[in-house]
Design a protein around this ligand. Structure first.
Ligand code: ADP
Ligand code: ASP
Ligand code: MG
Length: 402
């Protein structure tokens, strides 16, 4: 194995490694890539629903598990998967080494449960590749400067893969899942959805933030920052893929996709608050969106963030309440599913709101909150209406039966 051979990073999610048969398929895939002359790094998630099961286990013990200990527990899921996969690859006759996030030099900040990668020092990965090994990496985890084990937030294995691909200057970062690419809507919910061949990082990032979880938002943000091309493919070997890269073709549709993001909490204050970004920076809270509209300030977060045990969010809201003017009012708090259209046409096409509202006529009320931000036009709807709303928007903007 020479350092001239290109490095490929391949990431396989929980559904791809749910059982031993799945592990063997992934092992065969990695071995085939290695035998085609590549240096191979495989990032792996916990098997099947292991992470959910570990969270339930902790919650059986206490409804408010300590965040540090929860991270300790959850990282075990990926550790099991990496070791089993390394064994399966060795069984096929190729050398393989498994490494934890910490061993791979994935350095994060100190925010347990949703840590951010600040630096990647992949020396051990490079050493193992140099000796001809396929390197298996436990996704979704890192280590802080204080040597605490951290997790990167749900779906964080995608972020591990992209961060390693950037640090290793890999030729490609391939994200394998149960779908053969990124579609114009979740293909499991919208039968008319079509695979998108090429997307820009900006559009994919907007889609991921709006709920298209096929690629994690933090991973796409990292890919954009470090100019990593992403290839979304199916683990079962179906042909077809979506490429996410810099400078996608200019002739792509103005609306790329319809998305939904469940379990959102929207806080609405009357009035403009210029201090909001500065205050947000001082709390470890990652909002989906913070928006100043004329006469209104909006803050949208996931239900998990709003309910987090350490209550950073509650402290943030308290702090905002202490500011003068608008934040002395108690915010209106709304729960629901964020339903969005995403594409370069948002913000450029005049009056997209009219067809958006028309498509959602069956769900729209005078109180429906609507938000336009960058490439995304969204509204918050009751969870039980979201599937029908997505079908209606897809039919109106991308074709198909409503
Ligand atoms: P993994 O567990 O491998 O990380 P995920 O479940 O995170 O996989 O992502 C794959 C899922 O993303 C698909 O099963 C699909 O239901 C969902 N999905 C949501 N939106 C889209 C979209 N626009 N295109 C493709 N898949 C999508
Ligand atoms: N196992 C983690 C989760 O279920 C990370 C991942 O799958 O990317 O969220
Ligand atoms: Mg995922």
């Amino acid at each position: 194995m020479t350092t001239q051979q290109p490095i490929i990073v391949q990431k396989f999610g929980g559904s791809s490694v749910a059982d031993v048969a799945g592990i063997r398929r992934v092992a065969a895939h990695a071995v085939a890539t290695r035998r085609a002359g590549k240096r191979v790094v495989v990032v792996v998630s916990a098997m099947g629903k292991t992470t959910d099961a570990l969270i339930s286990l902790a919650q059986e013990v206490t409804p408010t598990p300590d965040r540090r200990e929860l991270d300790m527990l959850l990282t075990a899921g990926e550790r099991i998967a990496m070791a089993i996969l390394a064994m399966a690859i060795r069984d096929l006759g190729e050398p393989a080494t498994s490494l934890t996030g910490s061993q791979c030099g994935i350095i994060t900040n100190d925010a347990p449960g949703g840590a951010r990668i600040v630096e990647v020092r992949p020396f051990r990965v490079q050493d193992a590749l140099a000796t001809g090994h396929i390197v298996i990496v436990a996704g979704f985890q890192g280590v802080s400067w204080k040597k605490e084990v951290t997790t990167l937030g749900r779906g964080g294995s995608d972020t591990t893969a992209v961060a390693l691909a950037a640090a290793l200057q890999a030729e490609a970062c391939e994200i394998y899942s149960d779908v053969d690419g990124v579609y114009s809507a979740d293909p499991h919910r919208v039968p008319e959805a079509c695979r998108i061949h090429t997307l820009g990082h900006d559009e994919m990032l907007a889609m991921a933030r709006a709920g298209a979880k096929v690629l994690g938002a933090d991973a796409v943000a990292w890919a954009r920052l470090h100019d990593v091309a992403l290839y979304a493919r199916a683990t079962d070997g179906r042909p077809g893929e979506t490429v996410v890269r810099l400078n996608p073709p200019a002739d792509r549709p103005w609306i790329a996709a319809v998305t939904q993001r469940p379990s959102c909490v929207l806080l609405v204050w009357p009035g403009d608050v210029p201090e909001l970004p500065a205050v947000l920076d001082t709390f470890a809270v990652s909002p989906i969106l913070s928006l100043q509209l004329p006469g209104q300030t909006l803050l949208l977060v996931g239900r998990d963030v709003a309910d987090a045990v350490d209550s950073q969010f509650a402290r943030l809201v308290d702090r905002l309440r202490q500011l003068p003017d608008a934040f002395q009012h108690t915010p209106t708090v709304l729960d629901g599913t964020l339903v969005s259209i995403v594409g370069p046409g948002v913000g450029r096409e005049p009056d997209l709101l009219t067809p958006f509202r028309r498509a959602l006529a069956a769900h729209w009320t005078a109180q429906t909150p609507v938000m336009s931000h960058g490439l995304t036009l969204s509204c918050l709807l009751p969870a039980e209406q979201a599937d029908a709303a997505v079908l209606a928007l897809h039919a109106a903007f991308l074709g198909g039966v409503s």
